[in-house]
Design a protein around this ligand. Structure first.
Ligand code: AKG
Length: 277
C-alpha cells in the first residue's frame, strides 16, 4: 500500500526530498536509542567505523525499523511495491565531536543502478539546525551527477569515506531537514545534501536505511546483502539474508562481517588505502 499523497509525491519529485513523515512512535524511537546504547556498552567498538553499517542484521530492534509498515508504505509510493532493504547506517554525532557530512550525492559512489531507490533517514533523537540536521540542495536531483573533490580529510570529522565534496553549494538554496524523534525524511539518490557539526549538548542520532531499492536495481560496483522488505524479487541480483531473532547472535555477526567487507570494497573502489568507515 502506498501512503503518500499526490502533493507529497510531487514535492519529492520537485525538491528531491520529503520531510517530515511520521514513522516511529516516541517509544519506538527510544527503544532504538536504548538498543544503540546497550550495544555500545556491551560490545564497545561494534558500532564504530565500518561497524556503523548493516546494523539491522545484528539486532531485532533495528530490523523492526527496516520492516516498519509506515516507512514501507511511504517508500512504496516512491519506488513501487517490490522493495529490498540493502543497508543501514547509524549517523551519530556526539556533542563533543566535530563530525560533519560534506555536501555530496549518494548516487556518485554507491553503484546502485538504475536510480529506483530512496534513502530513509529516521530521527532517533530530534534533528535540528543546532545539532547538525541534514540540509538539502533542492532540485539538484534533476541534474547530472556533479564533480566531487575527494578530500580524504580524516581527522577533520568528515563522516564520509573519502571526504567527497560538492564545492560551492549555495547555502541559500538549501533547506534544513528538521525532524522530531520518530519522524523521517526520504531523499533521492542524486540530491546534493550534507550536514554540519552538532553544537548542542545532546547526541544527534539518525538511523538511516540506505537504501531501499526496487528489486530491479543492481549493484554495479560489488556485492550487497539484501532483505525482502515488501513484494517479491524476480531479478535475483543479490544475496538475501535472514532477519535476526536475537541481538548479536554469532551467525548474524558473521553475516554482517562479510557484508561490511563487501561494502568497504564498494566505498573504496579505485583507491589503494581505506579510511575509518
Ligand atoms: O546524517 C547525516 O548528517 C548525513 C546522512 C547522509 O548523508 C545520508 O543519509 O545520505
Amino acid at each position: 500500500m502506498s501512503s503518500l499523497s499526490k502533493s507529497e509525491i510531487n514535492q519529492y519529485n520537485e525538491k528531491g526530498y520529503l520531510a517530515p513523515i511520521d514513522a516511529l512512535t516516541k517509544d519506538e524511537a527510544n527503544e532504538v536509542k536504548e538498543e544503540i546504547e546497550f550495544i555500545e556498552k556491551k560490545w564497545p567498538n561494534e558500532l564504530e567505523g565500518l561497524g556503523r553499517n548493516y546494523v539491522h542484521v545484528i539486532s531485532p530492534i533495528f530490523d523492526k525499523v527496516v520492516h516498519n509498515s509506515k516507512i514501507l508504505d511511504a517508500v512504496e509510493s516512491i519506488i513501487g511495491k517490490n522493495i529490498l532493504a540493502c543497508g543501514t547506517t547509524l549517523f551519530i554525532k556526539d556533542p563533543d565531536e566535530k563530525g560533519f557530512v560534506s555536501f555530496h550525492q549518494d548516487a556518485k559512489y554507491i553503484g546502485l543502478e538504475p536510480h529506483n531507490w530512496v534513502t530513509a533517514w529516521v530521527a532517533i533523537t530530534d534533528a535540528n539546525e543546532e545539532n547538525g540536521c541534514m540540509r538539502m540542495w533542492t532540485g539538484t536531483h534533476k541534474t547530472d551527477l556533479k564533480h566531487h573533490s575527494e578530500k580524504f580529510d580524516y581527522g577533520t570529522g568528515n563522516l564520509l569515506t573519502r571526504g567527497q565534496t560538492v564545492e560551492n553549494v549555495p547555502l541559500n538554496e538549501t533547506e534544513p531537514v528538521i525532524l522530531n524523534a520518530g519522524q523521517m525524511s526520504l531523499h533521492h539518490p542524486k540530491i546534493v545534501h550534507g550536514s554540519g557539526v552538532n553544537k548542542s549538548k545532546e547526541r544527534r542520532m539518525g538511523f538511516v536505511i540506505q537504501s531501499y531499492i526496487g528489486s530491479n536495481v543492481d549493484q554495479v560496483l560489488g556485492k550487497i546483502y539484501v532483505q525482502q522488505a515488501r513484494g517479491n524479487d524476480t531479478f535475483n541480483y543479490h544475496e538475501h539474508v535472514e532477519r535476526p531473532k536475537k541481538t548479536m547472535e554469532e551467525s548474524n555477526v558473521n553475516i554482517r562481517k562479510n557484508a561490511m567487507d563487501e561494502l568497504s570494497k564498494i566505498f573504496y573502489t579505485g583507491l589503494e588505502d581505506k579510511g575509518k568507515f
